[in-house]
Design a protein around this ligand. Structure first.
Ligand code: AMP
Ligand code: MN
Ligand code: MN
Ligand code: MN
Length: 280
């Protein structure tokens, strides 16, 4: 079986390795197809795609877009979209500004909690990519305020943490609409981390194209449950390692938590058809 990993992060968002390095590592782990799914950006795609030509790894355009579902953050994976699409670019630019604003507020919250940090230092770590809580966590580790990233989330930055701030995001329906309008497919990311059956019923009524069944947070029972859900609701199924490159577990999962590359081929065929329907 040829292997595909459709959920990977790079330095284009909160991952450790540059896109070309990610491709090299993916190749070494025997993956023949990957998608970088950086948070709210596909800026790593071009470097990865070029590196993939040399490494024999096919790279599909991707992103993990944060949306709003009933006041909660909801991650939608986007694949195979037209990278020149103006509405998608506008959405991702909005997200970039929202993330800057949100990070500023979280830094203010941390300062109020007595933590000695400055927003400028977070910006230096993020280096012009969409600022993530992982960048703030990295600074807290660097400044020895906490021992590791996990502790930064546990103490301050988790969704329930005292420094957390949730931005206003586009609704999940809007995000799905924009991805489809750009000729891409939208896939609900890691449902096992977040949702109960009632939520799934809601998502089944949206125009979502697929659901991520294979993810490190899904045990075998959950995989089967989502496969069944996909069948009933005529959704494609995808999967990947959610590799960020920081944790030991990330390296254990790369090339292991993956899917049959045939699924990725089918996904791309769907996208081609969607694009043809848009232009015709
Ligand atoms: P953000 O996009 O800024 O909301 O950050 C989300 C990212 O932070 C996720 O993709 C994970 O990489 C990381 N993250 C979120 N929650 C936790 C947590 N409780 N522990 C460790 N990392 C987390
Ligand atoms: Mn992340
Ligand atoms: Mn996610
Ligand atoms: Mn992810």
């Amino acid at each position: 079986m040829q292997k595909a990993d459709l959920h990977i992060h790079s330095t284009a968002s909160d991952g450790k390795h540059a896109p070309a390095e990610v491709v090299k590592r993916a190749s070494a782990r025997g993956l023949s197809v990957i998608a970088l799914t950086d948070h709210d950006t596909y800026s790593g795609y071009f470097e990865a795609r070029a590196a993939g030509v040399d490494a024999g790894v096919h790279v599909i355009a991707g992103a993990e877009i944060t949306s709003d579902y009933k006041g909660r953050e909801c991650h939608i994976l986007a694949y195979g979209f037209d990278v020149g699409n103006a509405d998608l670019k506008k959405l991702l630019l909005d997200q970039k500004f929202r993330r800057i604003n949100r990070a500023r507020i979280m830094v203010e919250n941390l300062i109020k909690l007595g933590v000695d940090i400055e927003f400028n230092d977070v910006e230096k770590i993020a280096m012009n990519v969409p600022i993530s809580r992982n960048h703030i966590a990295g600074l807290l580790v660097e400044k020895k305020i906490v021992n590791n990233v996990k502790a930064a989330f546990n103490k301050y930055l988790s969704n329930e943490g005292p420094a957390y701030y949730k931005s206003e995001y586009h609704s999940v329906e809007d995000v799905i609409g924009i991805i489809g309008g750009a000729g891409g497919m939208s896939v609900l990311a890691h449902p096992g981390l977040l949702y109960v059956d009632e939520d799934l019923d809601y998502f089944a009524r949206t125009k979502l194209d697929g659901i991520e069944t294979i993810h490190p947070s899904h045990n075998f029972d959950l995989q089967r449950k989502y496969e069944e859900f996909a069948k009933i609701n005529d959704l494609i199924t995808t999967g990947g390692s959610d590799y960020h490159g920081f944790k030991d577990a990330d390296d254990q999962y790369l090339g292991v938590v993956c899917i049959d590359a045939k699924k990725a081929d089918r996904l791309e065929a769907f996208c081609r058809e969607r694009k043809e329907n848009i232009t015709s």
